[in-house]
Design a protein around this ligand. Structure first.
Ligand SMILES: Cc1ncc(COP(=O)(O)O)c(C=O)c1O
Length: 360
């Protein structure tokens, strides 16, 4: 039997060569005689890793000089608070687009720190779409406009970067960062937890436009204040060194595979293959319109949900893990981030067809 295929939504599969490299490096990283997790973040070997990590991310994403790169902790949900604290100042207003569970969480958290205008919402259709840009109502005094580029739970993704008018654009890219090229210059802030496409949980990447660094509410804690972390090279507190190390290996792997353009082509191919198989059958369905479908998280339902347990049992026997849908939605979800090989998707499609033949 072929090996395990990991469809987990996050934490999720790492590229196989990265796992192998971690195994090799673990007892003696870079000739230091110690595990990377055992070394000071201020020592020369780690400072070198830190500089390389930022340089590589800048190269891969073509991050302009106008933007600072921060490697923080607390996950994307810490950024749900950090964004309004850093950008909305005292008594400010921010606009949010509500396209799913993570948008809703970001909005609820932002309401603790600033006035929130919901510019548009797809809650009415069960978060299965993205309201057309023409229908958004962005408050003219907005300190920023926030959207979630890929809603991981339902599998809804923006196909392009929306126009934010005069307001700085802020995006949670936790589940599609590094999956395709993106014009960073169009954003005020991009943030993402690392545990989908950039390594392991613990690390949160924040790209912030330099001119936005001085807008923080005075009560913003130091470790989440962008200006303080930018001045300290993201070491205002002890960084999650092991996650930085894994991220550097993942970025090296992406570069070796041809960079973000190559990732985009491969991701498009994998997602189309899976949606084609789902659409070709009456036994499986995905009710998200094609223009809003995620290339990263492919959700689907069985026509008869009584068959869900048998499906998951068969999937486990076939070597698949992580296919059960989010507890809020049920059904199934296949997360196929950068690290998912095309062979993994082929095996899933073969399983879908075989299960339908046997049980459909
Ligand atoms: C799009 C998105 N935003 C935010 C989060 C929350 O991340 P965390 O719990 O690591 O803070 C997730 C987690 O899966 C996510 O997918």
């Amino acid at each position: 039997m072929e090996g395990t295929v990991n469809f987990s939504a996050g934490p999720s599969a790492l590229p196989a060569p990265v796992v192998e490299r971690i195994r090799e490096d673990l007892p003696d990283w870079n000739g230091t005689g110690a595990c990377v997790a055992e070394l000071s973040h201020r020592g020369e070997p780690f400072m070198e890793l830190a500089a390389g990590l930022e340089a590589r991310l800048r190269r891969l994403m073509e991050i302009p000089e106008t933007h600072r790169v921060l490697f923080l902790q607390g996950g994307a949900q810490m950024q749900f608070a950090a964004v309004p604290l850093n950008l909305a100042g005292e008594g400010g207003t921010a606009s949010y687009v509500d396209t799913g569970a993570w948008s809703a969480r970001a909005i609820a958290e932002a309401r603790r720190f600033c006035r929130v205008q919901v510019a548009a919402s797809s809650e009415g259709d069960g978060y299965r779409s993205i309201p057309p840009r023409g229908e958004w109502e962005v408050a003219p005094e907005s300190a920023y406009l926030h959207y979630v580029a890929n809603e991981t739970i339902a599998g809804v993704e923006f196909g392009s970067v929306p126009d934010s008018g005069a307001a700085p654009l802020v995006s949670d890219m936790s589940s599609n960062l590094l999956s395709r090229p993106v014009d960073v210059g169009r954003f005020g802030v991009i943030y993402a937890g690392a545990q989908k496409n950039m390594g392991v949980s613990g690390l949160t990447v924040v790209l912030v436009r330099e001119d936005l660094l001085d807008r923080a509410h005075p009560l913003t804690p130091t470790v989440v204040r962008y200006s303080a972390q930018a001045a300290a090279g993201s070491m205002a507190n002890t960084p999650c060194t092991f996650a930085w190390y894994v991220a550097s290996l993942v970025l090296e792997w992406i570069e070796g595979e041809g960079g973000l353009t190559a990732m985009a082509v491969r991701n498009e191919r994998k997602a189309s293959r899976l949606y084609r198989a789902i659409d070709a059958s009456d036994f499986y369905s995905n009710r998200i319109p094609a223009r809003c479908r995620s290339r990263m998280n492919v959700s689907f339902e069985l026509a008869d949900e009584a068959l869900d347990p048998a499906f998951l049992e068969g999937a486990a026997e076939a070597g698949f893990i992580g296919l059960k849908g989010h507890r809020a939605l049920g059904g199934m979800r296949a997360s196929i981030y950068n690290a998912m090989p095309e062979r993994g998707v082929e095996r899933l499609v073969a399983f879908l067809e075989d299960f339908e033949r046997r049980r459909g």
